[in-house]
Design a protein around this ligand. Sequence first.
Ligand SMILES: C[S@@+](CC[C@H](N)C(=O)[O-])C[C@H]1O[C@@H](n2cnc3c(N)ncnc32)[C@H](O)[C@@H]1O
Length: 259
Amino acid sequence: MLFQIKSYLQFLWHSKNEHAVHSPFVFSLITKCFYDSKPKTAYSVLREYRNSLLQNKNTIAVTDFGAGSKVFKSDVREITRIAQTAGISPKRAELLFRIVNYFRPEYILEIGTSLGLATSALSLGNPNAKITTLEGCPETAKIAQNQFRQFGLININSVVAEFENYLKDHRLSTFDFKLVYFDGNHSKKATLEYFELLLPNVTNETVWIFDDIHWSADMEQAWQLIKKHPKVTVTIDIFQWGIVFFRHEQEKEHFIIRA
Ligand SMILES: C[S@@+](CC[C@H](N)C(=O)[O-])C[C@H]1O[C@@H](n2cnc3c(N)ncnc32)[C@H](O)[C@@H]1O
């Protein structure tokens, strides 16, 4: 916790808004997408989706993976508690919706479904997109799948698999994913492993979003290595997320933006 507070203070010190940005690509993303404060009908669907989970007092047997949760000790968890602690925040879900809506990627991959709070934002952001979302815990995935059905989110393919296995087995078919939301195992080792596995398939249009880049010293190290990678050109650190682009025409530049 102390680490995150220190990290956040550093972020506040270094972060800027659109006025300090000279890249037209990044300026447009910030002004037309990050700072777009107009209401959207999809936001009410996102709220309803979340509320239905928050009202669900049933319990499920959860299979724990990777770095695991800092909150839970037991394997039997209330759905409402998972929704309160494990998923994307309402504000970030709206931003994720806007990012997808802005770039309109045709194929999207989410690494870490949980109850599908972020998946619903990906789905509504571009109803024409085909979304693949990965979750290792079958019980958790089942709740998410029910939610997708209930909310008519038909463009989601929910896959129950360990991330590592899926990404290795589907190396060639991951070619099409133009937007990847990395929100699973928040450890340096796993983050860099997924980064390397997906890297051969990036194109000029690819957008990658890494969640929790300042969650631990370990994750900050992973973020620094990602930024330095020769294939990576533009990065945007908005504290909760690190957003990565591979645009050839753009000089390597790292932005720290309040969003
Ligand atoms: C932080 S949650 C995802 C939250 C979700 N994106 C949202 O915003 O609602 C991470 C999920 O990844 C799953 N997970 C973690 N490590 C995994 C692994 N190695 N293989 C498969 N699933 C894993 C966990 O079971 C957990 O449900």
